[in-house]
Design a protein around this ligand. Structure first.
Ligand code: PEP
Length: 270
């Protein structure tokens, strides 16, 4: 079994539906021009809610090899929850992924572990894949508890999932100090965290789960640091913030990841 790498762009609160349309057209052109092989690397976009429908229309009309998803989801399914968007609504727009537990959501919204568990369950129940974000802050790093902290976050959210549910999640290891800061984890420390998370999954679920769950790295990824990071055997791609707003840069990162699979990465389900 081999894990297909994923390069996912988290646009955050950027791009209205017109800008999103322009971006998708440019990205599709850049990837086509580079003879990008989508069988080797999946590319996904996570637009704001208001642009998802525009992305869907383009992907379907032009049969683009692009996945897409949302950046957040309600824990409730329907009813009097002003401003919320349900997992079923996202699924009916063709979303494959939903980012869950991003550090910016944990910080600016009342999203604690219990709420994040409910989001994960809601996303899975609607047939989509949660991308569960975990990662230590600068304080935890300084205290030397970075790995325990990130693994603990995975454990807190996944411990009651079945093997089948766990096999459908992705984990993004995103050290908070690296997000939007220009500081990036070294390949060694990204690998160490990804391996610790995978070992935790192996200890909790059956071997198939540990071997198949994709673990992404996120935090100031650019085309300048992507090559070294993707060479690490447990790093299965990237969640990209700032650099995903520039189509040339985002396409360059996707191409680096796609090329790494041609060399034969160690990214197999061991
Ligand atoms: C993110 O917000 O998920 C992220 C990784 O941001 P950036 O790439 O800008 O650090």
């Amino acid at each position: 079994m081999t894990r297909k790498p994923l390069v996912a762009g988290n646009w955050k609160m950027n791009f209205d539906h017109l800008e999103a349309t322009y971006f998708v057209q440019k990205l599709a052109w850049l990837l086509r021009d580079a003879r990008f092989d989508a069988r080797r690397c999946e590319v996904a976009l996570m637009p704001p809610f208001t642009a998802i429908r525009s992305v869907q229309v383009l992907v379907e009309a032009d049969r683009l090899d692009l996945s897409y998803g949302a950046q957040a989801v309600s824990v409730t399914t329907q009813g009097a929850f002003t401003g919320d968007v349900s997992a079923d609504m996202l699924s009916s727009l063709g979303c494959s992924y939903v980012i869950v537990g991003h550090s910016e959501r944990r910080r600016y919204h009342p999203e604690d572990d219990a709420n994040i568990v409910d989001q994960v369950r809601g996303v899975l129940a609607a047939g989509m894949h949660p991308i569960l974000c975990v990662g230590e802050s600068f304080e935890e790093r300084r205290e030397g508890i970075a790995l325990d902290f990130a693994v603990g976050q995975v454990s807190d959210v996944t411990r009651d999932l079945s093997d089948e549910q766990a096999a459908n999640i992705l984990v993004a290891y995103e050290p908070v100090w690296a997000i939007g800061s220009g500081l990036v984890a070294t390949p060694d420390s990204a690998q160490e965290a990804a391996r610790a998370i995978r070992e935790h999954l192996r200890g909790t679920f059956d071997d198939h789960v540990a071997a198949s769950v994709r673990i992404l790295y996120g935090g100031s990824v650019t085309s300048r640091n992507a090559r070294e990071l993707i060479d690490e055997p447990d790093v299965d791609g990237f969640l990209v913030g700032g650099a995903s707003l520039d189509a040339d840069e985002f396409a360059a990162i996707a191409r680096i990841v796609e090329k790494s699979t041609r060399k034969g990465s160690g990214r197999t389900g061991r």
